[in-house]
Every structure is written in C-alpha cells, then in structure tokens.
Design a protein around this ligand. Structure first.
Ligand code: M6R
Length: 607
C-alpha cells in the first residue's frame, strides 16, 4: 500500500520526508515523490522506481524548504510511471495533494472537469482531488478541504498543501490509516508510525472524519463540520521494527488481520444496487455467449483460489470450467481457441509459469482475463482485461489476504456471469451480494477470538503429519489449509476430497494423527459426518470446522472450531481463517521463520 509522510518545522523537509518514506518501504511501492514549499512556490519532484531513484534525481539540487509532504505509491489507478507518481497538483501547481486509497467517483468527476476543459497529466484518481482543491479554494484552505471531502466518495488518507497558505498542512482520513506526530517546534504526518518514530512517540491516531490542521507550533483537530475536537495523545511504546508490522509479531499475522479491509477494498465500487458490476470488463450477454468453456490457470495458493472459482462459475453461471496448474498448462497443449476464456490468477502478476500460460493462451486465440493484486505487473499489462484485487501489498511468503480477495473476485465473477447469461436465480444473486457485504465484519469477529486455535496449535504442533478433508467447496479450502500448514510449519500435510480417502490414504490414518475436517456444505453434510466417523474409527484426532449453532459436529469430532453461520457459497471466505491461524500458530510452536519459510520465495519469477 502507499505510504504518506508530512513535515512542518525548522529542518529541511526533504531530508525528513525521504527518511520517513524509507521507513515505509516494507509496504511495497513502485514510485515516490515529494512536494516542498520553496520561496518561489511548491516544488514537486517525483519519479517511478525506488526512493534511491528520487534521491539521485534530487542530488545537488535538494529542496531547502521546511514544509513538505511525501508519498510512495503502490499503483491502483494507472500503471506505475513518473506522471502517475504522487504528489499530484492542479494545473497551476499551487495546490498539491498526496493520497492513499481509492476515490470511487473520480471518473464522473473527471469527466465533468474534462468537459470544462481542464487538463490532466496522470491517470490517477488522486489528481481529481487536487483539481477540486484548487476549484474550491477562495482564500480559505480549510474550507476548500471541507468541500473536497463533501464531493469525493471512497476511501482515503489525504494530505493537502497550498501555496497561498504555506505555513500549514491539512490532513484527514476515511478507512485508511493516518497519524499525526507531535514534536517541539515541529510536527509530522504519516500513514504509519515507523515513518515518524525516530522523531516522536507522541501521536494522534486519526479517526475517520477527523481533520488535522498542522502547523509548526501545533495541531488543531476538527470534525467534518469544522467544529474543534479534543483527542487523547497516544504514546507509542513499540520499537521501530515492531512498528513496521503495526504491532504484530509477523507480517503474516498482520495480513491475516487485514483481511476485512482487503475484502472491503476489493468489493469497493463493484457492488451497485445489490448487483455485481465489473466496469473493467463491461461485457454484454452476446460477448459472454462466445465462450463455451473457461480455463482458470494459476500456481500455488492462486491455483487453489481457481478451484474455488470453478465451483462458483459452474454452479452460478452454468459454464464448464477447467482449472490448471500454470506449469502444466503451458506444456500440455491445452485444447483452447477463441471460444475459450482463460482466467489467470496471480497475486504478484509476475509468476513465470502463469505468465507463460497467459502468453500461450493468447497465442491460441483465447480471450484472457488477469486477476492480480499488483497494478502494472506483467499479468496486469499483458492480459486482454484485468480484474484487480485490492488486498494491498502482501509481504509474508505465505499468502493469506491475497487468497481471500482472489476467492472473493471468483465469487463476484461467478455472480456477474450468472447474471449476464441469465442462469443465476435473481433471489439467490441478491442474497449472495447482501451476504458478501457482511463478510468483512464476520471475519473481524473470527480474528478477535483465537485462543482456542492457539491451544490446538500447541497440542498438535509436534505432529509429523496432518490431513485436511472436505467435500465440494470445503475440499477446495482444505487444499489451501494443507498448503498453509506445510509451507510455514513444515508439518507434512495433505488435503483430500473426503470421499476419496478410503481409496488408499486411509492406510495412513492411525491413532492421534490430526485430521482437520471442513463441514460447511449443507447438501453434503451427512456424507462428511460419515467421513469423520471413518477416521475416528482409526483413532485419528479430528478438529472439525463448522457453523455456529451446529449441534451435530461435536458428537463426532474431538474438537470443533465454530465459524459465523453463512451461506454455502460464502463459507470459503470464513472457513479459511481458522486454517490460516492454525498454520501460523503451529509454525510459532515449532519455531520456524514464519514470514520467510525455508526454500520459498514470495514471487517465483523462474521456471
Ligand atoms: O504471485 P502468485 O499468486 O502468482 O504466486 C503463486 C504462488 O507462488 C503462491 O500463491 C504461493 O503458493 C504462496 N506463497 C503460498 O502461500
């Protein structure tokens, strides 16, 4: 995710900004920039690439001003480039903003502005905010900021700088983090504490709808109506390293907890009147009718998301789907042509096998849709069309929030296709969309209470093997649960379709072997119960995952982890949570390096 830093005081702002931004590098970014108040106006310097590229650009001509704002961008609207890098200004260069988040109504606003003859120099949603800021400024910066906030919709941390009032910076937030740091004769702004922790531990953690007017001598806080508010100062008691992880012990845990936000961001702008809209696709019934088959191609966790996607698309839209591992697909001469749609899923968008599969699909004449988390990545650039997941950068090697946003996109895609071709019942469609909107809160509830999972992780953490079972969508999620456990705890783990076990693998089930069984699919629930009995008869230790209110599971399993009750299609978004947490705490028990497991890399760019 993008990073924000602001400084106002007596020091050279550029030094502070560059140093602060470097503390946010762990979040991932593709370009960087700063804006500093200089004698002759606001000086904006920005470029694509790492902070070092920006430092090089500034060498020997560093800004000397003592007020400024800075940004590291992680592209969401518009590919990584010099012009899309922040800060963004109005055409006169007198009004400058930096922004994290997404301005949902930017296209409508931009179209109005273009119609009035305004010129834009980037593809970003943020530039619209800079234009609005200029339009609304009539001698009162605070008033202009209020008007901007009344006009834009979406999620944001926004920081404003204006040439006519060079002794203040104004910042605000909605659904994105922002802190204001308090110093002596200087004050600071940041999207995350590591950027300012070397200068102060006294902060205001900003809430949605709060505005801070920051000068060198003080900080005034108001609400959106301009009424002053008072706020408790929060003393940071973490060290810099812990601060990078937001107080979590590992990035993986932080990313597990970020899932409600990742889901919200990925749904943002794609739900209208209880319907799913993919403006980036904009298909009609006729276009969809071209395709008689869909291929989903990916690797690892993304492949598992593809298996979930197959269930969704086949059941909701009635289109046959094949799921393939990219490294197999690329060499197996798949039977595809211009009547096949190929969907490539990749968090990084740079996985070598997935990219080769994408090229092969295109070569064979297939229409390709990339599903990726990284704007400007190779999959994003080369696929005919792209659906972005907005999980924010994923740093831990073990994928968590990327997976949940991938299966979310698969579900939304299934609903979208089913609506388009008329195969999806309208009541079910509406129920699914309504249910989706509740998912972030349900995940939040789950991660609030992890004590039981910690106990199981300690109890079974020393096991050599573990098995994951499920049927239908539960099987698809079981595959991901087993991968999570093996990649970070190094426990040998396998997932099986529960009905398949008796065809061989049952020979491995002996006393005390942990078997994790997912039981969320009502239509095949009884069958799953029979499979639990099968492994219990061999004295396995069964941990079942079922819905709250289920009174049956406890009769057969040794332990039950209850997840909030929801519909069968939404269940994977919730049932994967305990599996991620189980893997995480089991890895802790065994003392492995959770964020950087042995032999693995975050992005596999070699064959
Ligand atoms: O970036 P991608 O989604 O293409 O990566 C694919 C796999 O390498 C990845 O999902 C891997 O399996 C994860 N580290 C598992 O947690």
């Amino acid at each position: 995710m993008c990073g924000i830093v602001g400084y106002i005081g007596k020091r050279k702002a550029a030094d502070f900004l560059l140093d602060g931004l470097s503390k946010l590098e762990y979040r991932g970014y593709d370009s960087a920039g700063i804006a500093v108040v200089e004698k002759d106006g606001l000086r904006v310097e920005k470029c694509m690439g790492r902070l070092d590229a920006l430092r090089k650009k500034l060498k020997g001509r560093e800004p000397v001003g003592t007020v400024g704002i800075g940004h590291t961008r992680w592209a969401t609207h518009g590919r990584p480039s010099d012009s899309n890098a922040h800060p963004h200004s109005d055409p006169t260069g007198q009004f400058v903003v930096v922004h994290n988040g997404i301005i949902e109504n930017y296209l409508t606003l931009k179209e109005d502005m273009l119609a009035k003859g305004e010129k834009f120099s980037s593809d970003t949603d943020t530039e619209v905010a800079a234009h609005l800021f200029a339009t609304y400024y009539h001698g009162d910066m605070e008033d202009a900021v209020h008007r901007v906030l009344r006009t834009i919709k979406g999620s944001y941390s926004l920081v404003f700088l204006c040439k006519a009032e060079p002794d203040k910076i104004i910042c605000t937030k909605k659904d994105n983090p922002l802190v204001v740091g308090l110093g002596e004769g200087e004050n600071y702004i940041a999207s995350d504490i590591p950027a300012i922790i070397n200068s102060t531990r006294k902060t205001y953690i900003m809430n949605d709808g709060e505005i801070a007017v920051v000068t060198a001598d003080g900080v005034r806080l108001t609400d959106l109506e301009g009424k002053s508010i008072s706020k408790k100062i929060y003393e940071v008691n973490w060290n810099a390293e812990a601060a990078e992880k937001g107080g979590f012990e590992h990035f993986m845990l932080k990313e597990i907890y970020e899932q409600p936000k990742a889901i919200r961001e990925t749904m943002r702008g794609r739900v209208e009147d209880n319907r799913i809209v993919f403006k980036e696709l904009d298909w009609d019934r006729e276009f969809l009718a071209r395709f008689n088959k869909i291929f989903i191609v990916a690797c690892g966790t993304a492949y598992h998301a593809g298996i979930v996607g197959k269930c969704y698309i086949e059941q909701l839209a009635g289109i046959p789907v094949e799921v393939d591992i990219a490294s197999e697909f690329r060499y197996r001469r798949p039977l595809i042509d211009e009547n096949t749609l190929t969907v490539l899923i990749s968090q990084s968008g740079e996985t070598s096998d997935t990219l080769a599969a994408l090229r092969e699909a295109k070569r064979l004449g297939s229409h390709t849709v990339g599903v990726t988390n990284v704007v400007g990545s190779a999959v994003g650039r080369e696929a005919d069309q792209v659906i972005y997941t907005y999980a924010g950068p994923e740093i831990a090697v073990a994928s968590t929030k990327a997976y949940t946003t991938q299966i979310l996109v698969m579900l939304m895609f299934g609903i979208y296709l089913g609506n388009l071709n008329g195969r999806l019942d309208s009541v079910l469609s509406e129920d699914l969309v309504k249910g989706l909107l509740e998912v972030p809160e349900l995940i939040h509830r789950q991660v609030e209470d992890v004590d039981q999972i910690k106990v199981f992780a300690r109890k079974y953490g020393s096991s050599e093997d573990a098995f994951f079972l499920g049927r239908g969508l539960d099987y698809a999620v079981a595959l991901e649960g087993a991968l999570k456990l093996k990649e970070i705890s190094y426990i040998h783990a396998e997932a099986y379709a529960a009905g398949e076990l008796k065809h061989g693998t049952l020979a491995l089930i002996v006393q005390g072997v942990p078997v994790i069984v997912l039981a969320t699919q009502e239509d095949i629930y009884d069958k799953t119960i029979s499979n639990i009995q099968e492994v219990k008869a061999r004295e396995a230790s069964v941990i079942a995952i079922g819905f709250e209110g289920d009174t049956e599971l406890g009769k057969y399993a040794d332990h039950v982890i209850y997840i909030p009750r929801t519909g069968k299609y939404l269940a994977p978004l919730l049932s994967v949570l305990p599996l991620q947490l189980l893997a995480y705490y089991a890895a802790l028990t065994r003392g492995s390096d959770v964020d950087k497991p042995r032999n693995l890399a975050k992005s596999v760019t070699v064959e």
